[in-house]
Design a protein around this ligand. Sequence first.
Ligand code: OOB
Length: 592
Amino acid sequence: VPEAPVAARVPVGHAPDAGAPDADFTPWPPGLARTYRAAGYWRGEPFSAWLRALAGQFGPRAALRGHALGPGGQPGAWVTRTYAELDAAASGYAAALAARGLRAGDRVILHLPNSPDVFEVLLGLLRLGARPILALAAHRAAELTAFATQAQVRALITGGHPDAQRAARAVQAAHPDTLVLTVGDPDAPLPLLAADAAAWTEPPAQPGAASQGAGGVALYQLSGGSTGTPKLIPRTHDDYLYSVRASAELCGLTPDTVFLAALPATHNFTLTSPGALGTLHAGGTVVTAPGPTPDVCAALIERCGVTHVALVPSALLLWLRAPQFMSVPRPASTLRVVQVGGAPLAADVARQVPERLGAAVQQVFGMAEGLVNYVRPGSADDVTYGTQGRPISPHDEILIVDDEDRPVPDGTPGHLLTRGPYTIRGYFRAPEHNARAFTPDGYYRTGDIVTRRPDGHLSVQGRHKDQINRGGEKIAAEEIEHALLGHPRVFQAALIGLPDPWLGERTCAVVQPRPIPGLNAEQTPDPPLPDARALTLDLRRFLLEQGFAPFKLPDRVEVLPTLPRTPFGKVDKPALRARYAPTPPVTTTPDP
Ligand code: OOB
């Protein structure tokens, strides 16, 4: 990796400063920013203006369909929103949020289950200029509280589901100034209802305030991470909209596209690759499903004429075996493209899609930090089934390097580093982490091990980050290990991923129990180890009580008298994986 001056980088980790909200944001070097503008990638258009233009172009067409969020977080009435109505709803929510005291630049946690409401509220926040943190619906008190602490949020917007309300109360207990606004539940303490669109007046543009314009932060995506709680990923209007437009174009979306948002709606894949926002950009229709279960989705495909869906491999496996999709002869379906990403997809599984689902498969390899690779529609079979595609942009820079950051030849596995017009230069307020996660010249260290073909297509070979990819849901090992140390029976803990035929990986917590107090080594050289099965239930309950998202609870617990260590004293995770995995792990390489 060539050394480059770092003068253009602005230190992160500042105290909040209302006058300079971008003090928490690492900008691109000015020369590159000029290049990205000159190339037409960054257009200086914020999301609010983008939506207004779409409403002008596609006004009476259906933008969103699905069950609105109802009381108690249950599905409410089935609704269809036109582009004009979506634009009006965004104004109505912007006005309602302003009436609650929210202002441009305020950070707000958005925590809603899949529904048309998610997009209406998201676009309302963006119209107001508030900056949503895109929590996953599966997140609970531990994650939401961590976001509130990191980002000093003004508000949490959530649904009426009892789990969501419980998590919201925990956030409020830790941060009493946080406004909790509930969508879809008029009886909630502070319901969030869209006001009349006329109640919203666009604030006058502030000349010179780049931070308020399209170059400023629009929203925060979340990193899967490998350390602590998820880091916040600041995405600007310019960079995020570029990835949306370019994705929609290269995937060939049109006003006839009907996209099924079945994975979590605010995840980068579902939202922008090209996802819901890409579909809106093309004038198509977004249909929301509560989740990717085949029966619900098959019904929605038929009801709404769905043409495109984005799935993680574990969901695809369920679809490929679902009776709804297996009737022979297969009912004529509108489904044309099944995008698969988020976790490794076996080539032989990919090959089953056309025959079983009557649709093309498109592999997508992306990350919330930016870079997204697509197999282009109509590619040769070896590319379609055997690679994870190539980057969106001619200006995406890709480096594949060895452990010393020296480039490796094509075909040789190496660490994937990248920078470009929509890949961040730094996480929010994480200077120490940024120093490790980015090279001095601004490349993001993805933590993925890939090979590149001479034609530029990438194949994911494994992973170099201490993260577990459980069916596309990312778990930072350290976050759970740290939490487990709070349990009275746990002295040391290591979380590892073990291969699983359905999820790709399942989690296993290997625990070294606490010595029994009052007994010294001479009296009991081998104190009895706790029963692993009983401990599994106990530790899962413990983590749930700590407020962790359910997908982070260990699937399995093993007990060892001492954890194996490397000569450097780190827990030897490859040894643990070898010990507990029936076969060598497929997706994991040694830890950093
Ligand atoms: C997507 O985003 P994240 O931020 O949840 O996770 C990114 C990580 C990648 O670094 C890689 O480790 C893994 O997920 N991943 C894949 C993959 N797509 C993502 N591993 C193997 N094959 C793939 N196709 O997961 C994401 C964001 C936008 C679009 C698609 C996925």
